[in-house]
Design a protein around this ligand. Structure first.
Ligand code: GDP
Ligand code: MG
Length: 312
Protein backbone atom coordinates (compact mmCIF):
# COMPACT_ATOMS: atom_id res chain seq x y z
CA UNK A 1 0.00 0.00 0.00
CA UNK A 2 3.05 2.20 0.50
CA UNK A 3 3.54 2.44 -3.25
CA UNK A 4 0.11 4.01 -3.63
CA UNK A 5 0.16 7.75 -4.19
CA UNK A 6 -1.40 9.39 -1.15
CA UNK A 7 -2.71 12.87 -1.82
CA UNK A 8 -3.93 15.43 0.62
CA UNK A 9 -7.68 15.08 1.10
CA UNK A 10 -8.76 18.37 -0.39
CA UNK A 11 -12.21 17.07 -1.26
CA UNK A 12 -13.28 17.34 2.37
CA UNK A 13 -13.37 21.10 1.89
CA UNK A 14 -16.22 20.64 -0.59
CA UNK A 15 -18.45 19.62 2.28
CA UNK A 16 -20.37 22.20 4.29
CA UNK A 17 -18.67 23.15 7.55
CA UNK A 18 -21.06 21.07 9.69
CA UNK A 19 -20.22 17.91 7.69
CA UNK A 20 -16.47 18.65 7.72
CA UNK A 21 -16.46 19.10 11.49
CA UNK A 22 -18.36 15.85 12.06
CA UNK A 23 -16.04 13.90 9.74
CA UNK A 24 -12.90 15.27 11.38
CA UNK A 25 -14.33 14.49 14.81
CA UNK A 26 -15.06 10.88 13.80
CA UNK A 27 -11.62 10.37 12.27
CA UNK A 28 -10.08 12.02 15.33
CA UNK A 29 -11.83 9.45 17.52
CA UNK A 30 -10.34 6.63 15.46
CA UNK A 31 -6.89 8.19 15.81
CA UNK A 32 -7.36 8.16 19.57
CA UNK A 33 -7.89 4.41 19.27
CA UNK A 34 -4.59 4.25 17.35
CA UNK A 35 -6.29 3.71 14.02
CA UNK A 36 -4.49 5.91 11.49
CA UNK A 37 -5.53 4.20 8.29
CA UNK A 38 -8.89 3.08 7.02
CA UNK A 39 -9.26 0.90 3.95
CA UNK A 40 -12.77 0.71 2.58
CA UNK A 41 -13.71 -1.89 -0.04
CA UNK A 42 -16.79 -1.11 -2.13
CA UNK A 43 -18.56 -4.03 -3.83
CA UNK A 44 -21.90 -4.90 -5.37
CA UNK A 45 -23.67 -5.46 -8.66
CA UNK A 46 -23.10 -3.15 -11.62
CA UNK A 47 -24.90 0.18 -11.85
CA UNK A 48 -26.03 0.30 -8.22
CA UNK A 49 -24.02 3.43 -7.39
CA UNK A 50 -20.67 2.11 -6.12
CA UNK A 51 -18.51 4.64 -7.94
CA UNK A 52 -20.91 7.49 -7.11
CA UNK A 53 -20.73 6.54 -3.42
CA UNK A 54 -16.90 6.55 -3.54
CA UNK A 55 -17.02 10.06 -5.01
CA UNK A 56 -19.59 11.19 -2.43
CA UNK A 57 -17.47 9.99 0.50
CA UNK A 58 -14.34 11.72 -0.78
CA UNK A 59 -16.09 14.83 -2.06
CA UNK A 60 -14.11 14.42 -5.29
CA UNK A 61 -14.77 12.85 -8.65
CA UNK A 62 -12.20 10.07 -8.54
CA UNK A 63 -14.20 7.14 -9.87
CA UNK A 64 -15.85 7.07 -13.28
CA UNK A 65 -19.64 7.05 -13.04
CA UNK A 66 -21.59 5.66 -15.92
CA UNK A 67 -25.31 5.12 -16.31
CA UNK A 68 -25.33 2.82 -19.32
CA UNK A 69 -21.98 1.17 -19.86
CA UNK A 70 -20.61 -1.65 -17.81
CA UNK A 71 -17.62 -0.55 -15.77
CA UNK A 72 -14.07 -1.53 -16.65
CA UNK A 73 -12.70 -4.69 -15.13
CA UNK A 74 -10.03 -3.11 -12.98
CA UNK A 75 -10.62 -2.07 -9.39
CA UNK A 76 -9.33 1.38 -8.42
CA UNK A 77 -7.86 2.51 -5.13
CA UNK A 78 -7.83 6.12 -4.14
CA UNK A 79 -5.84 7.29 -1.11
CA UNK A 80 -6.27 10.58 0.69
CA UNK A 81 -4.71 11.87 3.89
CA UNK A 82 -5.81 14.50 6.36
CA UNK A 83 -4.42 15.43 9.75
CA UNK A 84 -2.27 12.28 9.91
CA UNK A 85 -5.12 10.01 8.87
CA UNK A 86 -5.12 8.03 5.62
CA UNK A 87 -8.31 6.99 3.91
CA UNK A 88 -8.03 4.33 1.19
CA UNK A 89 -11.13 3.57 -0.77
CA UNK A 90 -11.31 0.79 -3.32
CA UNK A 91 -13.93 0.89 -6.06
CA UNK A 92 -14.55 -2.38 -7.88
CA UNK A 93 -16.30 -3.45 -11.07
CA UNK A 94 -19.81 -4.91 -10.78
CA UNK A 95 -19.94 -8.58 -9.86
CA UNK A 96 -22.79 -9.49 -12.18
CA UNK A 97 -22.74 -9.67 -15.93
CA UNK A 98 -25.48 -11.03 -18.19
CA UNK A 99 -27.35 -12.45 -15.23
CA UNK A 100 -24.37 -14.40 -13.90
CA UNK A 101 -21.62 -13.83 -11.38
CA UNK A 102 -18.62 -12.41 -13.20
CA UNK A 103 -15.97 -14.83 -11.90
CA UNK A 104 -13.31 -13.10 -13.99
CA UNK A 105 -14.00 -9.73 -12.33
CA UNK A 106 -13.90 -11.43 -8.93
CA UNK A 107 -10.54 -12.99 -9.73
CA UNK A 108 -9.11 -9.59 -10.78
CA UNK A 109 -10.45 -7.98 -7.59
CA UNK A 110 -8.81 -10.71 -5.50
CA UNK A 111 -5.42 -10.19 -7.16
CA UNK A 112 -5.74 -6.42 -6.78
CA UNK A 113 -6.35 -6.78 -3.06
CA UNK A 114 -3.31 -8.99 -2.41
CA UNK A 115 -1.33 -7.77 0.63
CA UNK A 116 -3.99 -5.24 1.55
CA UNK A 117 -6.01 -5.17 4.75
CA UNK A 118 -9.71 -4.49 4.40
CA UNK A 119 -11.10 -2.55 7.34
CA UNK A 120 -14.65 -2.48 6.07
CA UNK A 121 -16.71 -3.78 3.18
CA UNK A 122 -19.43 -1.51 1.85
CA UNK A 123 -21.93 -3.76 0.07
CA UNK A 124 -23.87 -1.44 -2.22
CA UNK A 125 -27.35 -1.91 -3.66
CA UNK A 126 -30.28 0.41 -4.41
CA UNK A 127 -33.04 1.37 -2.03
CA UNK A 128 -35.55 1.81 -4.85
CA UNK A 129 -35.63 -1.87 -5.79
CA UNK A 130 -38.50 -3.80 -4.34
CA UNK A 131 -37.44 -7.38 -4.79
CA UNK A 132 -34.46 -9.48 -3.90
CA UNK A 133 -33.65 -12.53 -5.98
CA UNK A 134 -31.38 -15.50 -6.24
CA UNK A 135 -28.74 -13.44 -8.03
CA UNK A 136 -28.38 -11.19 -4.97
CA UNK A 137 -27.80 -14.31 -2.94
CA UNK A 138 -25.18 -15.53 -5.43
CA UNK A 139 -23.31 -12.21 -5.21
CA UNK A 140 -23.21 -12.46 -1.42
CA UNK A 141 -22.08 -16.07 -1.67
CA UNK A 142 -19.29 -15.13 -4.09
CA UNK A 143 -18.03 -12.45 -1.67
CA UNK A 144 -18.27 -14.86 1.26
CA UNK A 145 -16.39 -17.60 -0.62
CA UNK A 146 -13.65 -15.13 -1.52
CA UNK A 147 -13.01 -13.45 1.84
CA UNK A 148 -14.61 -15.79 4.36
CA UNK A 149 -17.71 -15.34 6.49
CA UNK A 150 -15.82 -12.98 8.80
CA UNK A 151 -16.05 -10.21 6.20
CA UNK A 152 -19.70 -9.69 7.22
CA UNK A 153 -18.63 -8.67 10.71
CA UNK A 154 -16.73 -5.89 9.00
CA UNK A 155 -19.47 -4.84 6.63
CA UNK A 156 -22.19 -2.27 6.11
CA UNK A 157 -24.97 -2.40 3.52
CA UNK A 158 -25.30 0.84 1.56
CA UNK A 159 -28.58 1.61 -0.18
CA UNK A 160 -28.35 4.33 -2.82
CA UNK A 161 -31.14 6.31 -4.55
CA UNK A 162 -32.50 6.98 -1.10
CA UNK A 163 -34.36 10.14 -2.02
CA UNK A 164 -37.60 8.49 -3.00
CA UNK A 165 -41.30 8.39 -2.34
CA UNK A 166 -42.15 4.91 -1.13
CA UNK A 167 -44.74 2.88 -3.03
CA UNK A 168 -48.05 1.51 -1.68
CA UNK A 169 -48.59 4.41 0.72
CA UNK A 170 -45.80 3.18 3.02
CA UNK A 171 -43.98 5.71 5.22
CA UNK A 172 -40.32 6.40 4.34
CA UNK A 173 -38.85 4.73 7.43
CA UNK A 174 -41.23 1.76 7.11
CA UNK A 175 -40.28 1.25 3.49
CA UNK A 176 -36.54 1.53 4.05
CA UNK A 177 -36.79 -0.85 6.99
CA UNK A 178 -38.64 -3.45 4.90
CA UNK A 179 -36.14 -3.16 2.05
CA UNK A 180 -33.21 -3.40 4.52
CA UNK A 181 -34.69 -6.46 6.20
CA UNK A 182 -35.23 -8.22 2.88
CA UNK A 183 -31.66 -7.55 1.82
CA UNK A 184 -30.16 -8.51 5.17
CA UNK A 185 -32.05 -11.80 4.97
CA UNK A 186 -30.43 -12.46 1.59
CA UNK A 187 -27.03 -11.60 3.09
CA UNK A 188 -27.64 -14.05 5.90
CA UNK A 189 -28.69 -16.80 3.48
CA UNK A 190 -25.97 -16.11 0.90
CA UNK A 191 -23.28 -16.00 3.58
CA UNK A 192 -24.81 -19.02 5.36
CA UNK A 193 -24.78 -17.13 8.64
CA UNK A 194 -26.97 -18.81 11.26
CA UNK A 195 -29.78 -16.68 12.66
CA UNK A 196 -28.28 -16.76 16.17
CA UNK A 197 -24.84 -15.75 14.84
CA UNK A 198 -26.42 -12.91 12.91
CA UNK A 199 -28.44 -11.48 15.76
CA UNK A 200 -25.34 -10.86 17.84
CA UNK A 201 -23.84 -8.55 15.26
CA UNK A 202 -26.42 -7.12 12.91
CA UNK A 203 -24.98 -5.60 9.77
CA UNK A 204 -25.79 -1.88 9.69
CA UNK A 205 -27.67 -0.46 6.72
CA UNK A 206 -26.95 3.10 5.56
CA UNK A 207 -29.11 5.10 3.17
CA UNK A 208 -27.32 7.24 0.61
CA UNK A 209 -28.39 9.76 -2.03
CA UNK A 210 -25.60 10.47 -4.49
CA UNK A 211 -27.60 12.67 -6.82
CA UNK A 212 -26.66 16.35 -7.14
CA UNK A 213 -30.36 16.98 -6.58
CA UNK A 214 -30.27 15.63 -3.04
CA UNK A 215 -32.13 17.92 -0.63
CA UNK A 216 -30.10 19.89 1.89
CA UNK A 217 -30.76 21.33 5.35
CA UNK A 218 -30.18 24.87 6.51
CA UNK A 219 -26.48 24.02 6.99
CA UNK A 220 -26.31 22.91 3.28
CA UNK A 221 -25.76 19.32 4.39
CA UNK A 222 -27.25 16.68 2.08
CA UNK A 223 -30.23 15.09 3.78
CA UNK A 224 -32.57 12.13 3.25
CA UNK A 225 -36.37 12.50 3.23
CA UNK A 226 -36.32 11.65 6.96
CA UNK A 227 -33.96 14.58 7.68
CA UNK A 228 -30.77 12.55 8.30
CA UNK A 229 -27.56 14.20 7.07
CA UNK A 230 -26.35 11.06 5.35
CA UNK A 231 -22.61 11.67 4.79
CA UNK A 232 -21.75 12.05 8.51
CA UNK A 233 -24.14 9.16 9.22
CA UNK A 234 -22.30 6.93 6.73
CA UNK A 235 -18.87 7.84 8.13
CA UNK A 236 -20.16 7.32 11.70
CA UNK A 237 -21.37 3.82 10.75
CA UNK A 238 -17.99 3.06 9.15
CA UNK A 239 -16.15 4.09 12.31
CA UNK A 240 -18.59 2.05 14.47
CA UNK A 241 -17.97 -1.08 12.40
CA UNK A 242 -14.19 -0.78 12.51
CA UNK A 243 -14.37 -0.33 16.27
CA UNK A 244 -16.74 -3.29 16.87
CA UNK A 245 -13.99 -5.59 18.08
CA UNK A 246 -13.89 -7.83 15.00
CA UNK A 247 -10.72 -8.38 12.99
CA UNK A 248 -9.89 -6.61 9.74
CA UNK A 249 -9.59 -8.90 6.72
CA UNK A 250 -5.99 -9.49 5.70
CA UNK A 251 -5.86 -10.47 2.04
CA UNK A 252 -2.79 -12.66 1.81
CA UNK A 253 -1.70 -15.40 -0.59
CA UNK A 254 -3.29 -18.05 1.60
CA UNK A 255 -6.69 -16.36 1.40
CA UNK A 256 -6.43 -15.85 -2.35
CA UNK A 257 -4.92 -19.13 -3.47
CA UNK A 258 -5.99 -21.43 -0.70
CA UNK A 259 -9.28 -23.30 -0.49
CA UNK A 260 -12.54 -21.56 0.19
CA UNK A 261 -11.90 -19.92 3.59
CA UNK A 262 -15.23 -21.24 4.84
CA UNK A 263 -14.13 -24.81 4.16
CA UNK A 264 -11.35 -24.66 6.74
CA UNK A 265 -11.04 -28.06 8.40
CA UNK A 266 -13.32 -29.78 5.88
CA UNK A 267 -10.35 -31.79 4.58
CA UNK A 268 -10.41 -33.55 7.97
CA UNK A 269 -13.83 -35.05 7.30
CA UNK A 270 -12.60 -38.16 5.33
CA UNK A 271 -9.92 -38.73 8.00
CA UNK A 272 -12.50 -38.55 10.77
CA UNK A 273 -14.79 -40.97 8.90
CA UNK A 274 -11.90 -43.41 8.34
CA UNK A 275 -10.97 -43.16 12.03
CA UNK A 276 -14.56 -43.83 13.01
CA UNK A 277 -14.73 -46.85 10.69
CA UNK A 278 -11.56 -48.55 11.88
CA UNK A 279 -11.60 -47.63 15.54
CA UNK A 280 -15.28 -47.44 16.35
CA UNK A 281 -17.41 -49.39 13.84
CA UNK A 282 -14.90 -52.23 13.42
CA UNK A 283 -14.47 -52.60 17.18
CA UNK A 284 -18.19 -52.72 17.76
CA UNK A 285 -18.61 -55.30 14.98
CA UNK A 286 -15.85 -57.45 16.50
CA UNK A 287 -17.38 -57.15 19.96
CA UNK A 288 -20.79 -58.23 18.62
CA UNK A 289 -19.24 -61.23 16.82
CA UNK A 290 -17.37 -62.30 19.98
CA UNK A 291 -20.51 -61.90 21.97
CA UNK A 292 -22.46 -64.10 19.59
CA UNK A 293 -19.72 -66.75 19.63
CA UNK A 294 -19.57 -66.84 23.45
CA UNK A 295 -23.27 -66.64 23.98
CA UNK A 296 -24.77 -69.57 25.85
CA UNK A 297 -27.56 -70.62 23.58
CA UNK A 298 -31.03 -70.99 24.99
CA UNK A 299 -32.36 -74.50 25.28
CA UNK A 300 -34.97 -74.05 22.56
CA UNK A 301 -32.27 -73.04 20.06
CA UNK A 302 -30.09 -76.03 20.89
CA UNK A 303 -33.15 -78.20 20.60
CA UNK A 304 -33.90 -76.77 17.17
CA UNK A 305 -30.34 -77.51 16.16
CA UNK A 306 -30.79 -81.10 17.47
CA UNK A 307 -28.14 -80.62 20.16
CA UNK A 308 -30.29 -80.76 23.27
CA UNK A 309 -31.49 -84.02 24.75
CA UNK A 310 -35.17 -84.39 24.56
CA UNK A 311 -36.52 -84.51 28.05
CA UNK A 312 -40.03 -85.36 27.04
P1 GDP B 1 -21.69 1.52 -10.29
O1 GDP B 1 -21.79 0.81 -11.60
O2 GDP B 1 -22.22 0.66 -9.17
O3 GDP B 1 -20.33 2.07 -10.01
O4 GDP B 1 -22.71 2.74 -10.39
P2 GDP B 1 -22.42 4.27 -10.76
O5 GDP B 1 -21.91 5.00 -9.57
O6 GDP B 1 -21.62 4.32 -12.01
O7 GDP B 1 -23.92 4.78 -10.99
C1 GDP B 1 -24.76 4.28 -12.02
C2 GDP B 1 -25.83 5.35 -12.33
O8 GDP B 1 -26.65 5.58 -11.21
C3 GDP B 1 -25.22 6.71 -12.69
O9 GDP B 1 -26.01 7.28 -13.70
C4 GDP B 1 -25.33 7.50 -11.40
O10 GDP B 1 -25.45 8.89 -11.65
C5 GDP B 1 -26.61 6.95 -10.83
N1 GDP B 1 -26.62 6.99 -9.36
C6 GDP B 1 -25.74 6.44 -8.51
N2 GDP B 1 -26.10 6.62 -7.23
C7 GDP B 1 -27.25 7.34 -7.27
C8 GDP B 1 -28.12 7.88 -6.26
O11 GDP B 1 -27.91 7.70 -5.05
N3 GDP B 1 -29.22 8.56 -6.69
C9 GDP B 1 -29.50 8.76 -8.01
N4 GDP B 1 -30.59 9.44 -8.33
N5 GDP B 1 -28.70 8.26 -8.98
C10 GDP B 1 -27.58 7.58 -8.62
MG1 MG C 1 -18.55 1.89 -11.02
Amino acid sequence: MASQLVRDWTGIQQFPTATQNKLLELLGKLKQENVNTLTILVMGKGGVGKSSTVNSILGERVAAVCAFQSEGLRPMMCSRSRAGFTLNIIDTPGLVEGGYINEHALEIIKRFLLNKTIDILLYVDRLDVYRVDNLDRQVIKAITDTFGKAIWQRAAVILTHAQLSPPDGLGYDDFSMKRSEALLKVVRLGARIKKQEFQGSTIPVVLVENSGRCNTNEGREKILPNGTAWIPNLVKTITDVVSNGSKAIVVDKKLIEGPNPNDKGKFLIPLILAFQYFFVVKRIQRAIKDDIANESRPLWELRDMGLAKRRF
